[in-house]
Write a protein that binds this ligand. Structure first.
Ligand SMILES: Nc1ncnc2c1ncn2[C@@H]1O[C@H](COP(=O)(O)OP(=O)(O)OP(=O)(O)O)[C@@H](O)[C@H]1O
Length: 719
């Protein structure tokens, strides 16, 4: 047995480089105070492996699990050729290997749960499933009613964790440029009202809950750490598919039957890629999210291949975006500044299956789809290979990563460039027939986990708002509820924000007033305590005033910056308009040229058709001529034969007559006859004058020979 071991994964060697980077916002000292601090870490791409169970007991297997992170791929005997005497084994190492009996919850808690926790902490994540058709990618990502996959579990866990810390709906509003705006409560309330009315209108028509939602398979879901209790959270989802290298919004408004409009990928102000014009839906529960997902799912392109009855013919990307910002005890945002918003996203990608057309026997549209799927997966492999090469060969000039060659890599460019954690689940169907594809998938997985992703982790520290673990909000809520218990109408309306009290120092001291001495010492203690609080309050006030001054300066700075940006924007707008105008002129010129090209093309086509007609006519004429020639030749031959017969007859006759009349006379004259004029010179070649056998003019009396100019025409007459 021959055994080779592939490069082991460098799991333990991650997080080697840690450096602190400060990225100041444009201009002024004040902006530095509100800068985003970025911590950069390097992490390898996390690659997990999930092995599906064999479809039936009799099937041969080509994968053997060694332990929780190693597998062996064995070449099945039917694949071995004569040269390979021994069976070849290759060992592959993963971050974790899930055997066929691993449950959906096992996969979720090992792979996706840390990513949801990261999402709540404000970090991005990309998780994709990769493998051949039918290997269990969709099962892993979405699952079914009884075995819910990663996506519904992510939603369930997220909503459980942020429960009680959700923002009121429509407070965060997408600006359609990959960011969020903060809406006034009155506007948000109006939108909520409209939505409620719509909901009740549709209420009667609503169908039963979807099996994915209705499932009871939620055990094992835990509350996650990392939530900022000073923040309120809003969850948004988008669902897109990449089909034949075009991007479609599966949640596009309108009828399900309606054909979807292709979307473009754009870069936002922070250089993040996003699908322009995609519909982002704010959701308030996991059930609502899954309902929306199911609507999109109905629009997804599925097809039947020989290898999988319900095969995904497109790559689908389900993205959960979380917006969070500091809020007060009434769950109202403390600042309308959009920079207080932390946005993080988790993209769950179900890649279409790679496949060999020879096995799937695809034709027509299916073949084209398969070609596009394989091409985009190839681009993904190339991008990762180049990334790895650039990281390993630091001295050589870096290769340009061809992200733009495929929509899927273009969309996730930021992740590979370091905007979040990237994980991949490699799904394996261990059947011996799938050996070749599995070997390819393994090679890709091996290469992928050598790619180091540089991660920049934003830590929000904006406008002096620091996380306090929700302590202020908790105290405030307690105070309000205590006042409510007093049943005093005036106090019930008490709306003070007492959160700042906790900043004034330690809790109120206990005091005893049993005896006078106790009362005096308690009073003294209390006086001191209160004086300390008053001093602290004074210090805080001074600090607050200086902060106000700072803020005022900062606002002035922002205003001046804003006005200069506005000027810049105006000039940009003017030049944009100019460019637009120029573009319009160029487009009309192009259209003009295109129409003249079309006209010329048509003319050329017409001419070509005429040439063809003429050629056909020429050929026809040629055939007719050839026929005529043949006929003439035939007639000539006939005539010559006749002539010969006649001449022979004549000769015999003359011999006979000369033997009776003049036995010694040489009869050599040719018989004159009239040969019709042969007009065509080409026919001359067929004319073979008979050799003259006799003395010309020996008997002028009997024979007279007439020739034409060319000597072709002979007239022989018997006198
Ligand atoms: N781990 C598993 N346990 C049980 N059944 C599974 C498992 N993995 C996949 N299956 C079943 O195998 C079939 C094919 O799986 P699935 O549709 O997820 O494959 P896929 O890789 O997404 O295929 P495609 O690329 O063609 O979309 C499904 O019926 C699914 O229920």
């Amino acid at each position: 047995m021959k055994s080779t071991t592939s490069t082991p994964m460098k799991v333990t060697k991650m997080l080697q480089q840690r450096e602190l980077r400060t990225r100041p916002l444009p201009s002024s000292k004040q902006t530095e105070k509100v800068s985003n601090v970025l911590i950069q870490t390097k992490e390898p791409l996390h690659v997990f492996c999930r092995i599906k169970s064999l479809p039936s007991d009799g099937d041969l297997c080509c994968v053997r699990v060694l332990n929780s992170d190693k597998i062996i791929l064995e070449t099945p005997f039917q694949v071995l050729d004569n040269k390979q005497a021994a069976q070849k084994e290759t060992q592959y190492v993963f971050r974790h290997v899930f055997e066929s009996q691993a449950s959906q919850q096992d996969i979720f808690s090992t792979v996706a749960q840390p990513m949801v926790e990261n999402l709540i902490r404000g970090h991005n994540g990309l998780l994709f499933t990769y493998g051949v058709t039918g290997s269990g990618k969709t099962y892993t990502m979405t699952g079914d009613a009884n075995h819910r996959g990663i996506m519904p579990r992510c939603l369930e866990t997220l909503f459980r964790t942020i429960s009680g810390y959700q923002a009121k709906k429509f407070i965060f509003k997408s600006d359609h440029l990959n960011n969020f705006e903060i809406q006034f409560e009155t506007d948000a309330r109006l939108e909520r009202h409209i939505e409620n009315n719509e909901y009740f209108k549709q209420g009667l028509e609503r169908k039963d809950a979807d099996p994915l939602t209705a499932s009871q398979d939620t055990c094992g879901l835990t509350l996650l750490q990392g939530k900022n209790k000073d923040n309120v959270h809003a969850v948004f989802i988008t669902y897109i598919e990449v089909y034949n290298n075009s991007v479609y919004d599966l949640l596009e408004e309108g009828n399900i039957q309606k054909s979807l409009q292709s979307r473009i990928i754009r870069e936002d102000a922070n250089h993040n890629m996003f699908v322009h014009g995609v519909r982002e839906i704010e959701i308030k529960s996991a059930e609502e999210a899954i309902e929306v997902f199911q609507t999109g799912q109905k629009r997804k392109r599925m097809g039947h291949t020989i290898l999988n009855a319900e095969s995904s013919r497109s790559h689908s990307v389900f993205t959960i975006r979380l917006a969070q910002a500091p809020a007060n005890s009434q769950e109202e945002l403390v600042s309308p500044d959009t920079r207080t918003i932390t946005i993080s996203q988790l993209s769950l990608v179900d890649l279409a299956g790679s496949e060999r057309s020879a096995r799937t026997k695809n034709t027509g549209l299916r073949l084209r789809e398969a070609g596009n799927i394989n091409k985009s997966l190839m681009t993904l492999r190339t991008c990762l290979a180049y990334l790895r090469e650039n990281q390993q060969q630091t001295n050589a000039a870096p290769k340009v990563i061809p992200y733009r060659d495929s929509k899927i890599t273009h969309l996730f460019k930021n992740y590979f460039d370091g905007e979040g954690q990237v994980s991949m689940i490699v799904c394996i169907n261990p059947r011996a027939e799938d050996y070749d594809e599995n070997a390819q998938v393994m090679r890709f997985a091996e290469m992928a986990q050598e790619v180091q992703i540089v991660r920049a982790t934003p830590i929000k520290n904006i406008l002096g708002l620091t996380p306090r673990g929700g302590k202020g909000n908790k105290i405030s809520k307690m105070a309000v509820s205590n006042l409510n218990k007093l049943h005093n109408a005036d106090e019930k309306n008490f709306d003070a924000d007492v959160r700042l009290d906790c900043l004034l120092g330690p809790s109120f001291p206990e005091y005893k007033i049993g005896t006078q001495a106790q009362a005096e010492s308690s009073t003294q203690e209390l006086t001191q305590y209160l004086q300390r609080r008053i001093e602290r309050k004074k210090a805080l006030r001074i600090d607050l005033e200086s902060k106000f001054d700072g803020l005022r300066l900062y606002l002035m700075d922002i205003l001046s910056e804003n006005s200069s940006l506005n000027c810049e924007l105006k000039s940009l707008h003017t030049s944009y308009q100019k460019e637009l105008h120029r573009l319009g002129a160029l487009e009309s010129k192009i259209r003009l040229h295109e129409s003249s090209i079309d006209y010329l093309n048509n003319k050329v086509k017409r001419r070509e058709r005429q040439i063809d007609d003429l050629k056909r006519q020429l050929k026809h004429q040629q055939t007719l001529l050839d026929k005529k020639d043949e006929e003439k030749e035939h007639q000539k031959k006939k005539f010559n034969a006749k002539l010969t017969v006649e001449m022979d007859k004549d000769e015999n006759h003359s011999e006979e007559s000369s033997s009776t009349e003049q036995p010694s006379a040489i009869e050599s004259l040719r018989i004159a006859s009239v040969i019709t004029t042969i007009s065509t010179p080409r026919n001359t070649k067929y004319f073979t004058p008979r050799p003259y056998r006799g003395t010309v003019g020996s008997d002028k009396r009997r024979c007279r020979l007439l020739t034409s100019d060319e000597g072709h025409i002979i007239k022989r007459t018997r006198i």
